[in-house]
Design a protein around this ligand. Structure first.
Ligand code: DHB
Ligand code: FE
Length: 283
């Protein structure tokens, strides 16, 4: 049977991808950001997943204002890195596990979560930057070390789904993956965050204390995390902090009790507090 072995939370700041693609990760500004991923890259080698179920948000790349699905499941065979205005990132095409994606679509929709099915989709920094951060540099003509089932969550256009809804969806995804007959080591990742605001009067806002409490909740008190309101995200973490609802999908798919094996928090990377956590499932 397929098993979810671990959950990972990871910021997806586009400048992290740019730093890797242009070879400046050892510069003093970036060195402490990437140092926090040294452990993770070794851990990924030691705990190599067959598939990553990757929860991320699209930033008006695959979707524009004409169509905004709340939850969009990638069911295509492959997903090309998108051109976000400065050319596509020089990273490999992302390959799906299509049978698992179809199974998840069936299981989760019959479980009464109405996903949008994407049979064609490009993926932006929300998906490719965490892959790069966790796996290190992979040449464009190489392969990502695992297959990826993407789930795009709307956090760009109000109203985004609630933290609790995301958590409940995570539970449904867990039921779906647990009932897939092939033996697969599956990880679930939630990307985005942590506190950041990219525009208007509070641009540059960072709330390290709140972010740390959120990381603590991910590890030990997910029931508190899923009660966080949109208003609290906005007030405490800025307009883009709402990306953290995607971590709730990841957390909902894990056991109630998990083991925190790694945590990294660093300010700043671009306009954002970088947060990262690795949580292992017990069974
Ligand atoms: C930044 C962070 C993001 O999460 C994002 O999607 C875009 C930009 C930033 O800090 O620059
Ligand atoms: Fe983002």
């Amino acid at each position: 049977m397929a098993r979810i072995t671990a959950g990972i939370g990871c910021s997806h700041v586009p400048a992290i991808g740019v730093a890797m693609d242009t070879g400046i990760t050892e510069q003093p500004y970036w060195q402490p950001v990437f140092k926090g991923f040294d452990f993770s890259r070794q851990w990924m080698k030691d705990n190599k997943p067959d598939v990553v179920f990757l929860v991320y948000n699209d930033h008006c790349t695959a979707f524009d204002a004409s169509c905004i699905p709340t939850f969009a499941l990638g069911c295509a065979e492959t997903f090309a890195p998108a051109d976000e205005g400065w050319g596509a990132r020089p990273v490999p095409i992302v390959r799906n596990h299509q049978k698992l994606a179809s199974h998840i679509a069936q299981s989760v929709i019959l479980d009464e979560f109405d996903l949008t099915i994407m049979n064609e989709m490009e993926v932006d920094h929300g998906l490719t930057v965490p892959l790069s951060a966790m796996f290190g540099e992979i040449p464009q003509d190489g392969e990502w070390p695992c297959l990826v089932v993407p789930l795009a969550v709307n956090v760009v256009q109000y109203p985004a789904p609630t933290a609790n809804r995301c958590f409940q969806l995570g539970r449904a995804i867990r039921r779906a993956i647990d009932s897939f007959p092939e033996d697969l080591n599956v990880q679930i990742w939630g990307t985005g965050g942590m506190s950041h605001q990219l525009q208007a009067e509070r641009a540059g806002l960072i709330n390290a204390e709140w972010d740390t409490t959120f990381l603590d909740m991910m590890a030990g008190d997910p029931d508190a995390a899923r009660q966080i309101s949109h208003l609290e995200f906005l007030r405490e973490t800025g307009s883009e902090g709402i990306e953290m609802v995607m971590w709730l999908v990841m957390r909902g798919a894990l056991d109630e009790k998990v083991t925190e094996v790694h945590r990294h928090y660093h300010v700043p990377a671009s306009n954002t507090a970088v947060g990262h956590i690795i949580l292992e499932n017990h069974d």
